[in-house]
Write a protein that binds this ligand. Structure first.
Ligand code: FES
Length: 106
């Protein structure tokens, strides 16, 4: 099996629903989710190609005033980013890794 991650030298820290994770720099956010949960993300309904929208997240970048929505298959991870909302598909795939007291998404 080929290595799914782009070459990286270090891990960077991101926050998802207040929980911190170390993920490989220079990779798309969706790849980073795969790094966090390699046994579920590859089986999610993701196109990896900016079409399905199932990878949508809301996140706050370190330099931004406000949270913005983005496609995680497109966005390259940035140290210090804080993800406050995940699509339902992502939540499902990452459920074992996230805080257990998350509100149920609509
Ligand atoms: S994985 Fe389909 S739009 Fe991002």
């Amino acid at each position: 099996m080929s290595e799914p991650f782009r070459p990286y030298e270090k891990l960077v820290e991101i926050t998802i629903y207040g929980k911190k994770f170390q993920v490989p720099e220079r990779n798309s956010l969706l790849r980073c989710f795969q790094f966090i949960s390699p046994e579920t993300i590859p089986y999610g309904r993701f196109c990896w190609n900016q079409e399905c929208q199932y990878c949508r997240v809301t996140c706050q970048l370190p330099d931004d005033e406000e949270a913005t929505e983005m496609l995680s298959c497109k966005f390259i991870v940035m140290a210090g980013m804080e993800i406050s909302e995940l699509s339902q598909e992502l939540r499902w795939c990452l459920r074992a890794k996230l805080p257990s007291d998350l509100p149920v998404s609509s």
